[in-house]
Design a protein around this ligand. Structure first.
Ligand SMILES: [Zn+2]
Length: 277
């Protein structure tokens, strides 16, 4: 029994050595025949630049305030089934349980389809925006806290309650947010506002229907009033898409997908953010 065990172990050791030797040999041979970069698929890291096609129109689905199940889970499921990319700007305080932490992990680990980005720790001191933006040191700390607790892989922020932009040092937004924007810019962060909002009413019920939303997106492209050319940033909130509104989201995505010029991308590939890299 002991003897056969030892023999088996010896055989295993030999075979491991043999495999290792053959790997090494094949690897060396392969290097001569073809460059390694051709044989290894490139794994894109969040925040890395891609080449944008000037003939295409880019759609950035940016969904705020998650994790907020069941909405977040419904959105994730629909985006996966429809094969479209999206960005989730999440709030640190909303990750208050193990199951919510798992949702955040899933989004973070689903790049390049999904990008996890920063929507602050406290959502602007729990929606007290005036106080949040008049205390820029605390606001910055709040954003840094979210980055740590959510393990946000990129320095891209959506400011709570403000349609403000910081891209490569250029700043735009409501006056009250400008000091925080300035600090974000100096610290190497980008902030992203939006071009079209899928609004919600009482109990977070979506205001526009799928066709209306798709029409608003088409209109934005057509009249060229977007923040960056050939790019529309759409804002919505995960919590709007409870089970009874899932179909509306799916329909919206399906209408947009019918246009062969539209490409869905994550916000790290937004033209003005990529430019400075
Ligand atoms: Zn928000």
């Amino acid at each position: 029994m002991v003897m056969s065990h030892l023999l088996a172990k010896a055989a295993l050791t030999l075979s491991v050595v043999a495999v290792f030797a053959s790997c090494k040999g094949d690897g060396a041979k392969e290097k001569k025949e073809a460059p390694v970069k051709d044989s290894v698929p490139t794994v894109l890291a969040p925040g890395s630049s891609i080449k944008l096609d000037p003939a295409k129109k880019y759609i950035f689905l940016t969904w705020d305030d998650g994790p907020q199940p069941p909405g977040t889970i419904n959105c994730e499921e629909i985006f996966r089934e429809e094969g479209v990319k999206a960005t989730f700007f999440m709030v640190g305080l909303h990750q208050f349980s193990a199951s919510r932490a798992r949702i955040v992990d899933t989004i973070r680990n689903s790049y390049p389809q999904f990008l996890l980005a920063n929507h602050s720790h406290s959502h602007g001191f729990r929606d007290h925006y005036r106080e949040f933006y008049s205390h820029p040191d605390s606001a910055m700390q709040d954003i840094y806290t979210a980055e740590k607790e959510l393990k946000v892989p990129v320095k891209i922020v959506r400011l709570p309650g403000m349609n403000s932009w910081v891209e490569n040092g250029k700043i735009q937004g409501p006056n009250s947010s400008l000091e925080v924007c300035k600090r974000l810019g100096s610290a190497g962060y980008n902030a992203v506002g939006w071009d079209v909002e899928w609004r919600f009413g009482r109990h977070s019920v979506p205001v526009q229907g799928a066709e209306q939303m798709a029409h608003e997106v088409e209109e934005k492209f057509a009249n060229g009033t977007t923040y960056a050319a050939n790019a529309v940033v759409i804002l919505a909130h995960d919590r709007m898409f409870r089970d009874q509104y899932k179909d509306s989201l799916r329909k919206f995505v399906q209408i947009l997908k019918q246009n062969p010029d539209y490409v869905f991308e994550t916000i790290d590939h937004y033209p003005l953010i990529q430019k400075g890299k």
